[in-house]
Design a protein around this ligand. Structure first.
Ligand code: EPZ
Length: 419
């Protein structure tokens, strides 16, 4: 098993180009199942999860190929209506293909999806929504089958008990080709959902209200192919900015989505970083020491502070002046990175949803293991600001979400290698 070796204590300087967004590439790849034609996706990040999505597509008769950052998906002859347990287990986003296959083929057999272990990640809202849209659901030895014959497929009104990103996306995928109107109340408002809707509209779908809490989908008969550029990845962007905040220095993030990153940027500013934005670039400079963030950092559905950026910000604030308090409101188990940060000298106390981070003077290197995607990235953030050598094991977690991770860190002047 490979490890990252990071030698910290060196300021970061330079510029990097932000990758395409994982969390919109995956639902967009699922959405391509609905299209009776060929789609070309630009800025598709090279990530293990994207390759898993490609395998799911090919397993159901779509033709997906990826060359560089371009994915070509031809879904003219979708033939399959099942996703294997192995493919379902590779990532959480495998569940998005269920809504798309149901929408296109009318039946899907699948098992519980995999993904980062962040506490229980049920799919009850997804299944309840499918049922509301006309699906009959049965279970046999862990295998779930949803049947939605054409005559039973219809729109509907769905009010989500919580604005779940995945459930919102699945409802849209399942209803774009259904007859009639579907309304989603208390929908999630994440930018990645808007990106998927923009893609679907480019293919002829009729969707209104994405980015707001009430989304209306008017079913259309068929979708046509298109060329589409995937939005930049706001969480990867937050991670690289957090690295410079932790290590000190100055960087420019190119191809950034500034509005979508606003909730993160405003907290970084409170910690004493100088931030300036223009066009699609973010300049960040950290001169003196970082300051603790005075207000409680509460993770919330968008436009609140993103749960996916909680760990990387915590890693930077672990060596700030003063005490910062985090409150994780989305997932039950999203503080698994704190043990590694504590091993590196951080003073963090987790109490249920809250984590109290008392800034220390400096972190030091240690041998740690990535616990999940963002937790692993947080360890790299901490390592770049720490004194000495850190090794990070289980780096396959990081490869699920970050393209050119080492190259980007190296181009900022960070010292990272693989062992
Ligand atoms: C998406 O996951 C993202 N993944 C996650 O990013 C992100 O952390 C999360 O949204 C929240 O922003 C992708 O887009 C691929 P949810 P998702 O459904 O859709 C509960 C990363 O690091 N829930 O909004 O799975 C659930 O347990 C990843 O890139 C139910 O109870 O998130 C959680 O507590 C990790 N029943 C909350 O809702 C359901 O049926 C929010 O989950 C569905 C969800």
């Amino acid at each position: 098993m490979q490890k990252f070796v990071i030698t910290g204590g060196k300021r970061l300087n330079g510029e990097i180009e932000l990758q395409g967004c994982k969390n919109s590439a995956l639902p967009i790849m699922a959405a391509a199942v609905l299209v009776n034609g060929k789609c070309i996706l630009e800025s598709c990040p090279n990530l293990t999860d994207v390759y898993s999505a490609s395998r799911i597509l090919n397993s159901i008769g779509c033709k997906c190929s990826i060359a560089g950052n371009t994915a070509e998906i031809d879904s003219v002859s979708v033939s399959g209506n099942a996703i294997s347990e192995k493919l379902m287990g590779e990532m959480r986003s495998s569940i998005m293909f269920v809504g798309a296959i149901l929408g296109r083929v009318g039946q899907c057999t699948f098992s519980i999806p995999g993904g980062c272990e962040l506490g229980p990640r049920p799919i009850d809202m997804h299944l309840a929504a499918f049922a509301k849209l006309g699906a009959e659901i049965s279970e046999n030895g862990g295998e779930i089958t949803c049947r939605m014959p054409k005559e039973k497929r219809h729109g509907g009104k769905i009010s989500l008990p919580f604005p779940s990103v995945g459930a919102t996306e699945n409802i849209i995928l399942c209803s774009v080709l259904a007859e009639g109107e579907t309304v989603v109340n208390n929908a999630a408002r994440e930018p990645e959902i808007c990106d998927m809707c923009r893609f679907l509209r480019s293919c002829g779908a009729k969707i209104k209200g994405d980015g707001e809490s009430r989304i209306v989908i008017e079913g259309v008969e068929r979708l046509h192919g298109c060329e589409y550029r995937i939005m930049p990845d706001r969480i990867a962007g937050a991670t690289y900015l957090a690295m410079t905040a932790a290590a000190g220095g100055a960087m420019i993030l190119k191809n950034a989505c500034i509005c979508e990153m606003e909730p993160f940027l405003s907290v970084l500013e409170q910690s004493g970083c100088y931030i300036c934005t223009a066009d699609n670039r973010i300049y960040l400079r950290r001169g003196g020491r970082l300051r603790a963030v005075r207000d409680r950092i509460r993770t919330m559905p968008h436009p609140g502070f993103p749960t996916d950026a909680q760990a990387v910000l915590m890693a930077a604030l672990a060596a700030a002046d003063g005490t910062s308090v985090f409150e994780e409101n989305i997932f039950d188990c999203r503080y698994r990175h704190t043990d590694a940060l504590i091993k590196m000298g951080a003073d963090i106390q987790v109490m249920g949803k809250a984590a109290v981070v008392r800034g220390v003077k400096k972190l030091h290197g240690a041998d740690v293991e990535a616990t999940d995607l963002r937790g692993g990235a947080a360890m790299a953030v901490a390592a770049l600001g720490a004194e000495g050598r850190t090794t990070i094991g289980c780096i396959s977690h990081i490869g699920r979400g970050y393209e050119k991770f080492e190259e980007n860190i190296t181009s900022l002047g960070g010292r990272i290698s693989r062992e």
